[in-house]
Design a protein around this ligand. Structure first.
Ligand SMILES: [Mg+2]
Length: 310
């Protein structure tokens, strides 16, 4: 399998996970396997989403991708502006914290920090969910650049360093997977790059014997979200089964599946993603006219990210 196939797998895999998980958001564990007892899951409507409709996770991922390509690199004020334009366009869903930060009226380099100073709790999974495109873009530039870019992108909406470090780890694991190596085996190396204040808590949820039942927070928080994605990858043998395990956990199913799908897509490649899931996949972009990206456009986006980032 070549690098391009894995890059498309990461971008498409994350979007498919988001759309497949969306109807199950805030549901009980086991809802997904009960809905599809033969194991052959389909894209379904639910929670206000049409079948195959990607949510804010993928919408923000696409905005990040488009900024990286249009600006020829990391232009943080531009990414922030695109996020604000999108938020003002009335998306069906937006993270509470993300909405507060983007609507605060503060400049791009103050808004998230100011929110964190007031609320103290800002370690939601909202910067993990949009990571696949930027992980592809920065992968060719090595671990340090990848992890630092991830932190800066996360910091646009999340003032808590825990979210930056988790997003940095996810970027790094996708980078390793694009090289054809095993991201699970790369966890210790990625942890070595984590800020010392946050290392132990991340090491706990990313350990081989960690299980989602051990989570100390709802999986809308950054630690159990990434921990659950790694657990889903570790305990299954295919892209589809990894997504199934992630969504069957319940809770913040679209985002846990978006994170799982980005990783599993990079590991198993685009051809491992079932056609019955990519066919109905579509990504509206509120605030940007009637733009709707489908699998063909997401594929081109992934190819361009890989080429431009190399
Ligand atoms: Mg969502």
């Amino acid at each position: 399998m070549n690098r391009e196939e894995r890059a498309i797998g990461a971008v498409l895999g994350s979007a498919v996970g988001d759309a497949l998980g969306a109807p199950f958001e805030f549901g009980e564990p086991g809802t997904y396997s009960a809905r599809f007892p033969d194991g052959r899951a389909e894209m379904r409507a639910g929670g206000g989403w049409d079948p195959g409709e990607a949510t804010d996770d993928t919408q923000m991922a696409v905005l990040t991708a488009q900024s990286l390509l249009a600006r020829g690199g990391l232009d943080l004020p531009d990414v922030f502006r695109r996020f604000q334009c999108w938020a003002a366009g009335g998306p069906k869903d937006i993270g509470l914290q993300t909405e507060d930060v983007l609507g605060s009226g503060l400049p791009w380099d103050r808004a998230a920090a100011a929110h964190y100073e007031i609320n103290a709790r800002a370690a939601g999974n909202g910067s993990l969910m949009r990571a696949a495109p930027s992980a592809v873009y920065f992968a060719g530039r090595g671990r340090t650049t990848t992890m630092e870019a991830a932190r800066r992108l996360a910091a646009l909406t999340h003032g808590d360093r825990a979210a930056w470090e988790g997003t940095a780890v996810l970027h790094e694991l996708i980078r390793v997977a694009l090289d054809g190596a095993d991201p699970l085996a790369a966890v210790p190396d990625a942890l070595a790059g984590v800020h010392p204040d946050h290392h132990d808590r991340w090491a706990t949820v990313l350990a081989p014997d960690w299980h989602p039942a051990l989570a100390t927070e709802f999986n809308g928080a950054v630690w159990p979200c990434l921990g659950s994605a790694l657990w889903a990858l570790r305990t299954t043998g295919s892209y589809a089964d990894a997504l199934g395990a992630a969504i069957d956990l319940g809770g913040d199913t679209d985002t846990v599946a978006a994170v799982t799908g980005g990783l599993a897509g990079a590991v198993y490649g685009a051809s491992a993603i079932p056609d019955r899931w990519t066919r109905p996949l579509h990504v509206p972009l509120p605030g940007f006219g009637d733009t709707v990206l489908r699998t063909a456009e997401l594929t081109v986006l992934a190819e361009e990210l890989l080429r431009a980032g190399a």
